[in-house]
Ligand binder design. Sequence first.
Ligand SMILES: [Zn+2]
Length: 301
Amino acid sequence: MTGDFRYRLERGGVKYACPACRQQRRFVRYVDTLTGEQVADEVGRCDREDSCGYHLRPSEYFRQTGTKPPTAAARRKEPMPEPEPSSIDAETAGRSLTGYGHNNFALWLCSVFGEEIAFRLVDAYHVGTSRHWPGASIFWQQDVTGKIRGGKIMLYDAVTGRRVKEPFNHVTWVHKALKIELYHLRQCLFGEHLLAADPVKPVAVVESEKTAIVAAGFMPEYIWTATAGKGNLKVVKLGLLRGREVTLFPDLGAFEKWKAAVDQMPGVRVSDVLERRASEEDRVAGLDLADFILREQAINV
Ligand SMILES: [Zn+2]
């Protein structure tokens, strides 16, 4: 929009003192319809047309002052839209789906379930192998449209199935390991791609990738997904889960936070099974949902 079409005299009966004749409440200012702002105090029209006749149009004001209307960037009031999520191409991701003899997490999973079930799980969840650290695994996040939002690289202990956090926490991302610049990581649910295959199956949401995979081994009646982080509940999107039975299984100590986060989502349940069933020793030992499932071989919600 150019010229005076972008501006109109302010409506709503607000009148100011006229800058020319100084009469109170006779002067109506112009507003910029794009920004909703007045142009300047003296840009407007006096309603004493016969005795005063002052009328300064925005175009004249800009010409006289040598200024310009606010540019498109300056008048943008709403925050910039979030950039499109970046993604890893399927070929790159696909190349990681091998080498399970050097994948500590896969080896541990074999010790729990036997090879057949372990490989079915690794395959379903697209767990890859990384050379970033010897024995490391990649937990790919593929969204419901098939886009690979990213891959989290973590190192597990092949015997205990625990994360290796010494001498440092072994966790990073594929885009960082590949040194891809300007990567807009926007995480989705881990296991989200499984939703596309079955539109009605109940969905369970847990915190860690490992818990989702272990639970899927024992309770295939749910599609198990993970937020891939305690504070990452924004990946639980109602639109994605609408029409399904959804149960969240928070780890110990996270029940209240998770309940509050999904309070406005109809049909989403938060299970307190772990809070109810964990003993004092369990709490001291920092029992997580995967430990609990491995011990009980199931959870009765
Ligand atoms: Zn006037």
